[in-house]
Design a protein around this ligand. Sequence first.
Ligand code: COA
Ligand code: AMP
Length: 632
Amino acid sequence: MGRFHEIYRRSLEDPEGFWAEAAEDVAWTKRWDRVLDDSRSPFTRWFVGGETNTCYNAIDRHVEAGRGGQTALIYDSPVTGTVTKFTYAELQDRVARFAGALRGLGVGYGDRVILYMPMIPEAVIAMLATVRIGAVHSVVFGGFAAKELATRIDDAKPKVIVSASCGIEGQRVLPYKPLLDRAIELSAHKPERCVIKQRPQAEAPLVDGRDLTWEDAEAGAPAAECVPVKATDPAYVLYTSGTTGQPKGVVRPTGGHLVALKWSMKNIYDVEPGDVYWAASDVGWVVGHSYIVYAPLFHGCTTVLFEGKPVGTPDAGVFWRVIADHKVKVMFTAPTAIRAIKKEDPDGKLLANYDMSHFRAQFLAGERCDPDTLKWCQDKLKVPAVDHWWQTETGWPIASNCLGIEELPYKPGSPTHPVPGWDVQVLAPEGTPVKPNEIGAISIKLPLPPGALSTLWNNDERFVQSYMTEYPGFYQTGDAGLIDDDGYIHVMTRTDDIINVAGHRLSTGGMEEVLASHPDVAECAVIGVADDLKGQVPLGFLVLKDGVNKPHDQVVKEVVAMVRERIGPVAAFKVATVVHRLPKTRSGKILRGTMQKIADGQDPGVPATIDDPAILGEITESLQGVGYAKKG
Ligand code: COA
Ligand code: AMP
């Protein structure tokens, strides 16, 4: 048995011993009494009785250990023409002062702070400042609309919201403050104060008595010390798409988060303290939380905060420019970003302009990585291209080639093997494991390892119902796929209505709720269809109420605008088509899978349970009318 398999086996046979050892790498103010408390399964608690502070582990411990002069954070923003570097000591100073400012605004242990921020250093500072004083942050991605933000405000009930006057998307300046103001109007819960970072590209008017500028909040604020919290206390809540318009507030427990993320840096990514690590994502997503902010800092690395796009800021060489300028050793992005680069620079000619000699590995995740994209990375970058699989809920990779343990052979289309700690099994509908190579529900045997979600915010019941009920004793990933003869995982598709658009996770159910609220719409369905750039994009079907005689394209225009207004531009909902009826089973279930196959040009067959097969012809024609359902 090779080294990897040996370590993997040990992690499952002796999880307590395995993770207790990993926990030695974390600074605790009080050691745990029990490594693992599984007495209330499916609620798993790690490092019970232990106390620590996330920010101390990210910053202060490195300053105390003599890393104060090392660069902790590089803000590289081609959209504003700025590169700013912060040493660990500088970051400590800024974070401690902003933590003092938050405390001055009444934020204390366990209080929530919502951050609605673009990719600027203040986003990272605010995250770290929040956990420094034992409070809980919830970052909301800037591409979400006011209504989505309002839903999160009502669920998290923040005392304070931290935001900025605007974001910059490519060449466009997008005001954030009007969205924030609108969200607070829509929400039942009102934050006491809002701290606004004014950016010169679009300054925002402030609301008297409620809003203050970042600078005013920070000015004269005393530096706040790190407040120890329980290992089982939440470090943050991050909302992610569920099967309805109501997002799920994934709760990340402090102790497990620290231990798992610290462990992952060496063992999965093979980076050492002092190395430069770059995740080109957004702090609004889990990848941004785990691998822009927390893991690289826990490990004493230099992390890069990139405010730009893979193309157009200014060109498809910008990723390679950042890697060369900052001597990035390991990079992490979504396959869609590589597809965008590949489209503009298919031969990777721009690579020749940059010194990539420090670059060691390219990690990819967020959506299925198509073999062409993986191969392009391997051929052009000439370093390992590692597809790895994980979710907001898990917080760190479930399956990956663990470069720091032993590099296993690659199989394009597979994120390799489960990572130590994750007992992945593929289950048949009856709940028994399938044979190798057979498709089923990809499930994880409990207990989940440290770092995985501990529950959903204020909603233990939904946690149990969403993830733990279908196959008792297992966590349901919501992904379907197989494990092959060599133990490699192949993640094929979601089993629910979640789609992945440009690496962004979205709920078609949430979009259907918006469409259904249009006064002319009697019935609707949204499916994810294949897209060369974004992997998937949503497409809507509308059945109009009897007697509606508005032109169809008018209704389509209106629903497209509604999704943008209520969910946000990130949904990329641009195409819908009007049909007379939707294909359904005899029991009335909409055959979304069949419509998706037709849209993607595959033969859907005729489902045995279909109520009226004749309807498939109309669906095909409608889809052809909007550029889909092409054969071959
Ligand atoms: N704030 C405000 N609006 C945002 C936003 C943000 N932070 N992020 C995206 N948007 C908007 C975009 O401006 C765009 O709006 P538009 O419809 O007016 O053009 C819309 O949301 C869709 O954005 P995006 O999905 O980024 O598409 P794009 O066409 O602008 O860019 C890619 C395509 C492939 C370049 C881009 O999706 C990308 O870089 N993807 C990488 C994804 C990633 O990092 N995922 C994280 C998981 S690892
Ligand atoms: P998110 O919670 O946004 O990280 O999205 C998680 C979902 O994205 C997973 O459940 C998968 O459906 C998909 N996903 C993420 N990474 C991969 C991957 N490497 N291969 C296949 N699907 C992936």
